[in-house]
Write a protein that binds this ligand. Structure first.
Ligand SMILES: [Zn+2]
Length: 419
């Protein structure tokens, strides 16, 4: 069956969206953190209105909300379930998103891809083995000086094209579909202003996953440890017997953390870690922040105990210093919440089955906006959208993988429409 997806229009969308600089700004005092996220949000709202979607709303926080009306009929007196799709308009601050000049490679011949404006930037097949499966396809890269922003503008384009496709094909039977575009996901504030009652959905999918054919069903559970080490500062000339150096205590503390495991540098797969990532201060006081990560939430407490044990040992070794370990909750493994609505993942798998495509269930060694939404009661797995090498100048995407993502969503809404 020929695809009903309009490839050229989908390509046009992603090229249009990535050229708007929506880099999130860490520590900004505004929401969204950068004003051009509003420019993209407004453009998306306008495009959705032009498609004829009802209740398109561009809210005070820059979030875009819209509904694709149901075409299916409810069975009996049960109302049709509402499915939501979410993508984020901001891009990572790790690489600039200013003056993105996307390069389209049609009929990719295979081999390494040297980027146009920086010959030191090469997308190598050795690092991107998935390229070997994409010979003949259409790829989109940067010129090597910026990121692409396919994370998550591929997801935005895929959801927009889903909407346009469904509007053009009212014979496709589905329930009500809610669209939600959010801001500042990359700096951990994607769902700060998401009102779940207003969204009204039974299930949501973030369309923000890498590659093709993957369903992210688990994320880390995450806590943050804030450690304050207090010493006693006094002029070094009279420090004998009086000074307590928090810098030495901090070194002793870090030295006690596991070295051959339990760190991001030494773990993969389902292994969790402790990750000291900032340290600042001086003789009088040092503050250290440590990320605690594990797929098993209960293991976070074990990791916190390791920190407390190290703190007790250092206090015993360096008399006069004080160490305070505060643990705060960040997010929880979305797998825990998804277990309560098994259809969220099962229907995504069923949609792949109907397309006669393989899919795989994957885990994310991090969090997604879906972790927070799921914890708040809205089951939200994450779906592939053709992103590769996110946050990097070597970022690229594949038009056919994006098309496949739209086709998957078209199938998925029909599966939900049958409930
Ligand atoms: Zn993303």
């Amino acid at each position: 069956m020929p695809s009903i997806i309009n490839h050229a229009r989908l390509l046009g969308r992603v090229l249009r969206y990535v050229q708007i600089d929506t880099t999130a700004v860490e520590g900004a005092n505004s929401y969204p953190s950068s004003p051009r996220q509003l420019v993209l949000g407004k453009l998306l709202a306008d495009e959705l209105r032009e498609m004829g979607l009802k209740d398109v709303e561009y809210d005070a926080h820059g979030l875009v909300w819209a509904t694709i009306s149901a075409t299916g009929k409810p069975k009996g007196n049960q109302p049709l379930l509402i499915v939501a799709f979410n993508a984020h308009v901001d891009t990572s601050p790790e690489t600039t998103g200013k003056n993105v000049k996307p390069h389209v490679i049609r009929n990719y011949a295979g081999g390494d891809i040297m980027l146009a404006a920086d010959s030191t930037k090469v997308i190598r097949v050795a690092d991107n083995p998935e390229l070997t499966q994409l010979v003949g396809k259409t790829l989109i890269t940067t010129d090597g000086t910026t990121l692409l922003g396919s994370d998550d503008k591929s997801g935005v384009a895929v959801i927009m094209e889903l909407a346009h496709t469904l509007v053009e094909h009212p014979q496709i039977s589905h329930g009500p579909i809610r669209i939600l575009f959010t801001c500042d996901e990359e700096i951990g504030h994607g769902v700060d202003h998401v009102d779940l009652t207003k969204l009204g959905a039974t299930v949501c999918y973030t369309v923000d996953g890498q590659g093709a054919g993957e369903i992210d069903t688990e994320t880390f559970s995450a806590d943050l440890a804030s450690i304050t080490i207090r010493g006693i500062n006094i002029h070094p000339s009279i420090g004998k017997g009086r000074m307590v150096n928090a810098v030495r205590a901090a070194a002793a503390f870090i030295d006690r953390l596991p070295k051959t495991g339990l760190s991001p540098e030494t773990t993969g797969g389902r292994e969790g870690f402790l990750h000291p990532y900032t340290i600042e201060g001086g003789v009088a006081a040092i503050k250290i922040k440590v990320l605690l990560r594990d797929f098993v939430t209960a293991e976070l407490a074990t990791k916190a105990d390791l920190l407390r044990k190290a703190a007790r040992e250092v206090v015993a070794e360096i008399p006069g210093c004080q160490i305070d370990v505060q643990i705060s909750k960040q997010y929880r493994n979305m797998g825990e919440g998804l277990a309560e609505e098994p259809r969220a993942v099962a229907f995504a798998q069923e949609a792949f089955r109907r397309l006669k495509r393989a899919c795989k269930l994957t885990i994310v060694r991090g969090g997604t906006d879906g972790s927070q939404l799921t914890e708040r009661g809205l089951p939200t797995p994450n779906l592939s959208t053709g992103e590769h090498n996110p946050h990097s100048p070597l970022e690229w995407t594949c038009l056919e993988e994006m098309t496949a993502a739209v086709e998957h969503l078209v199938e998925l809404v029909q599966v939900w429409g049958e409930t």
